[in-house]
Design a protein around this ligand. Structure first.
Ligand SMILES: Cc1ncc(COP(=O)(O)O)c(C=O)c1O
Length: 350
């Protein structure tokens, strides 16, 4: 073990964090909801374009401090794309080889970004195969399998330390309702929802954590049944979220409520958000915002005022071939027009 190199690598990552700025918290004006404020934590503005920048930094530090990553170690990751983009960026920062194992249907833009940062992509046919293929590669190359699905929840310090939850609560400080009634998040690894849920408890807030789950994901059923053996034969169509198996980083006991979101609602909401923000967002942001809007409706019906925070996970520019391609949407998601109409009716009630 080259401890000088490990020291150098940790310093490189910390110096990079020091040079970086925090992400914005955007307040969305919703005319039909007087007294209810809705906020989007915009994670698309990280250098690698998604919330996974935080996770990649944490996973590299975790691997370095555990003695798992050393000079020259090949880094391998199973990913639906976003994590791999961010890890490729950190691997390049440290001069380490990087291989991403991903389903062949992953958005082309993400594949291009991974290779742009010097990483290699290893494709498998379905989402279920990424774990075994990553383990095999790590064994063959004597590399380190990052395994975000296992380590996301423990690599991030949920107590404070400028994690995403800490940042949200600090940025809410001067708002009309600084303690959100709800934070809404979807789960890929489940790491972000675990961090937020634990932080809320640790700080003694009354904020409720709702996790939204797309079609073909087992997280919601697992949350209800606690059957860790649940499997789905079909992968999620909302890139980055929803899993065919129960991931170890998904911590059900910190989640107060869960909601299933139809894929067509997620895509319709992503498109609708473009009309509000003036830029495109990914489909998982649509899933999050759909859940947030349902909660805003609930609060309105109950005559409550307050605030709701959710995440803008990544930009829609990555998905021009898919969620922003009408033909792809029609073939893979179906007709989103009824969902768009429903959003309009909820936001602008008669
Ligand atoms: C675009 C996108 N949104 C949301 C998530 C979910 O985040 P987490 O893995 O922390 O549950 C991911 C994870 O890969 C993602 O790529």
């Amino acid at each position: 073990m080259n401890s000088n190199w490990v020291k150098y690598a940790i310093n490189e990552i910390n110096a990079d964090a020091q040079r970086s700025a925090d992400t914005h918290l955007i307040r969305l004006a919703l005319p039909g909801f007087p007294g209810i404020q809705l906020y989007l934590k915009d994670e698309s503005t990280h250098p690698t374009g998604s919330l996974k920048h935080r996770l990649a930094r944490s996973l590299f530090l975790y691997g370095l401090c555990n003695g798992w990553i050393n000079e020259g170690t090949t880094i391998i990751e199973s990913s639906s794309g976003s994590t791999a983009v961010s890890e490729a960026w950190f691997a390049r920062l440290l001069g380490l080889p990087f291989i991403a194992v991903m389903p062949s249907c992953t958005a082309r833009r993400k594949v291009e970004q991974i290779t742009f940062y010097g990483g290699r992509c290893h494709f498998v046919d379905s989402a279920c195969e990424i774990y075994a293929a990553s383990e095999t590669l790590a064994r063959e190359l004597n590399g380190h399998y990052m395994d975000q699905f296992t380590f996301a929840e423990r690599a991030t310090d949920w107590r404070g330390n400028n994690n995403i939850a800490d940042s949200i609560f600090r940025q809410m400080k001067n708002e009309p309702h600084p303690e959100p009634d709800y934070i809404v998040m979807s789960a890929g690894t489940g790491g972000t929802s675990a961090t937020i849920g634990r932080y809320i408890r640790c700080q003694g807030y009354d904020t409720q954590l709702m996790v939204v789950d797309p079609q073909n994901s087992v997280f919601l059923d697992y949350w209800q049944s606690r059957d860790a053996g649940l499997r789905s034969t079909v992968g999620s169509k909302i890139e980055g979220i929803g899993r065919p198996r129960v991931e170890p980083s998904f911590i059900p006991d910190v989640v107060d409520e869960m909601m299933r979101v139809p894929d067509a609602a997620s895509v319709a909401m992503a498109h609708w958000l473009e009309t509000q923000l003036g830029r495109k967002v990914g489909a998982s942001t649509g899933t999050n915002m759909w859940g947030a809007l349902q909660l805003a409706v609930r609060m309105r019906e109950e005559g409550r005022s307050g605030s709701i925070v959710t995440l803008l996970c990544d930009s829609g520019e990555r998905y021009l071939d898919t969620y922003y391609n009408p033909q792809w949407v029609s073939n893979n998601i179906g007709d989103i027009a009824p969902w768009t109409a429903q959003i309009q009716a909820l936001v602008y009630p008669k």
